[in-house]
Design a protein around this ligand. Structure first.
Ligand SMILES: [Zn+2]
Ligand SMILES: [Zn+2]
Length: 223
């Protein structure tokens, strides 16, 4: 596995688990990791690769509280971890139930790691839009939802013309819903992205895409 450049200052690392894209935003020796993935040992590999090229991880953000995006957080202990406040609540309340569900379908090697990992809660809630500096880059965090889950967080990188959107947008598959999904809220979030997101959307699963995917999801969700 390697870091794959998808926009200026932005790389992704497609995890073996759920083909989830961990995203690294970096500039001038600093890095923000968005969605570290499922297994802490794999996230530690990602962290080592980022550090080996000279970037210190200054923050980690999760786009939402689904296991494939956030179970690996313990690999970044000591680094500020940002999330929508509702995502923190969801992980606290449903993290163990998610672990049990994953154990029911995971391959043996993955199950072993999922059974052993410690679920870590993000320690920095992002209740409203805020900016963050990564090196010389301005990154904007925008909480949305309830939508795909009770609390989704979008990471905009204006200088790269890219927005990291988690599972609000998928290109590997159609949009995925579960008990925490709010369809009306999701449609509103898609409209917010259509109005305010950068041209390149970086989804949690699948290749980056443009805004045409927003209309596709809106139609499927009945908007
Ligand atoms: Zn996902
Ligand atoms: Zn999800």
């Amino acid at each position: 596995m390697t870091l794959e450049r998808i926009a200026p200052g932005i790389d992704r690392w497609v995890m073996a688990e759920a083909s989830m894209s961990a995203v690294v935003v970096a500039d001038a020796g600093e890095a923000l990791v968005v969605d570290p993935g499922t297994l802490p040992e794999r996230a530690a590999e990602l962290r080592a690769a980022v550090e080996a090229r000279g970037d210190r991880v200054v923050a980690v953000a999760i786009t939402h509280a689904h296991w494939d995006h956030c179970f690996a957080l313990s690999a970044f202990e000591g680094v500020p971890m940002l999330a929508h406040p509702v995502a923190v609540d969801e992980l606290r309340e449903h993290g163990e139930a998610q672990r049990q569900a994953v154990l029911g379908f995971a391959r043996p090697a993955t199950a072993e790691g999922v059974r052993a990992l410690r679920i870590v809660l993000p320690d920095v809630a992002v209740p409203e839009r805020r900016a963050l500096r990564v090196g010389g880059l301005e990154v904007v965090l925008e909480p949305l939802g309830p939508a795909h889950t009770g609390g989704d967080l979008v990471v905009h990188v204006p200088s790269a013309g890219a927005s990291i959107v988690g599972d609000l947008v998928e290109t590997a598959d159609d949009p995925q819903a579960d008990d925490s999904t709010d369809v009306a809220g999701w449609i509103a979030a898609l409209d917010a992205l259509a109005a305010g997101a950068q041209p390149l959307l970086v989804p949690g699963h699948g290749d980056p895409c443009g805004h045409e995917r927003l209309a596709h999801h809106r139609a499927l969700l009945g908007g």
